[in-house]
Design a protein around this ligand. Structure first.
Ligand SMILES: *Cc1c(COP(=O)(O)O)cnc(C)c1O
Length: 223
């Protein structure tokens, strides 16, 4: 068995059935993706439109691609034509509007997650929890015509401080629950995507049902 398949099998066995495992394949070659695919993996994550569009034609059509990187509005058209299963990184209303406009134009419903920013790094993007709550409280999602918001995505601060990581994940999970309580009629709003290679077990304990794991499956990335 390949190292990736081995890692995948071990991680899969260690997480609950109900948690979706997204194998983050950014910067890794299609051969490594095929090793994981052959081990049964179908959800993969990529963070750049260019890279995704280069890899996709070389790989099986039944892969569910998750877009997890910062998306510029001028790349929306190109990305949506690749039909990603889920765009996890919607970090502004402007971007959401651009996705909605393009999805309507090509006649699809695009699934997305709203990215929430709780980490201490300024470099990370996303809605502030209060900003996101206001979006749902004001029911601004009712203006969307071709986009389905399936949940939220977030990242913890990049630190060794377990306590800080737990606080961040608790904050993301609390934001999710609050959105559900202000909009109990929201349909299909079920996904809490949080947890990466170093912190996914903690994320799952805090309520994650989707983890995005790269390094622990494929090894270190060469940028
Ligand atoms: C790269 C990336 C991951 C995977 O990180 P690893 O530490 O390699 O598991 C997860 N989520 C996002 C948003 C990423 O950009």
């Amino acid at each position: 068995m390949s190292a990736a398949a081995d890692n995948l099998t071990r991680i899969r066995a260690s997480i609950p059935e109900a948690v979706t495992l997204v194998a983050v394949s950014k910067f890794h070659p299609t051969g490594a993706i095929m090793d994981a695919y052959d081990a049964g993996q179908r959800n993969f994550g990529e963070s750049r439109v260019q890279e995704l569009s280069a890899k996709m034609p070389q790989l099986p059509a039944d892969i569910h691609w998750h877009f997890i990187g910062h998306l510029q509005t001028n790349k929306v058209r190109q990305l949506l034509r690749l039909h990603p299963a889920l765009i996890e990184s919607v970090d502004s209303e402007r971007l959401l509007k651009a996705i909605d406009t393009e999805a309507e134009k090509i006649g699809i419903i695009q699934n997305v997650l709203m990215q929430v920013h709780v980490a201490q790094e300024e470099t990370k993007t996303g809605f502030h929890p209060d900003e996101l709550l206001a979006y749902f409280r004001d029911r601004r999602f009712e203006n969307l015509r071709a986009t389905h918001i399936c949940g939220i995505m977030g990242m913890a601060t990049n630190t060794d401080d377990e306590c800080r990581i737990r606080t961040d994940f608790d904050m993301i999970a609390a934001t999710f629950r609050e959105i559900r309580s202000v909009c109990p009629d929201l349909r299909g709003f079920e996904t809490v995507s949080m947890g990466m290679s170093d912190d996914y077990p903690t994320a799952i304990r805090c309520g994650s049902n989707m983890v995005r794991v790269g390094t622990a499956i494929f090894g270190a990335r060469e940028y």
